[in-house]
Design a protein around this ligand. Structure first.
Ligand SMILES: [Cu+2]
Length: 103
């Protein structure tokens, strides 16, 4: 077994305990699902599937993406429990929410 495999074998149990990443799809001027519930430590990734640019901006500016073109993504890891409402700053009627519970 080479050194890389040994390191991989040591890391795998750690990865198994990490929260699975969650994806939100931006499509037809909406975030889907509009509300996601995750445990602390989870990374949420937004991907824009529209031909229009969109952003992902939290109401309290905890996170803020650049304008995302088609197929571009933005990720944020939620370490603290809470309710994070967000919107698209280009189309403010587009809203979503991430509910983060303790691990
Ligand atoms: Cu938008």
């Amino acid at each position: 077994m080479n050194r890389f495999l040994i390191i991989a074998a040591l890391l795998l149990p750690t990865l198994a305990h990490a929260a699975a990443p969650v994806q939100v799809v931006i499509k037809s001027f909406a975030f889907g699902p509009e509300t996601v519930r995750v445990t602390a430590g989870t990374t949420v990734t937004w991907v824009n599937k529209d031909i229009e640019p969109h952003t992902v901006v939290s109401n309290d500016k905890t996170f803020q993406s650049e304008a995302l073109d088609t197929d571009e993504t933005f990720s944020f890891t939620f370490d603290k429990p809470g309710s994070y409402g967000y919107f698209c700053s280009i189309h403010p009627h587009m809203i979503g929410k991430v509910e983060v519970t303790a691990k």
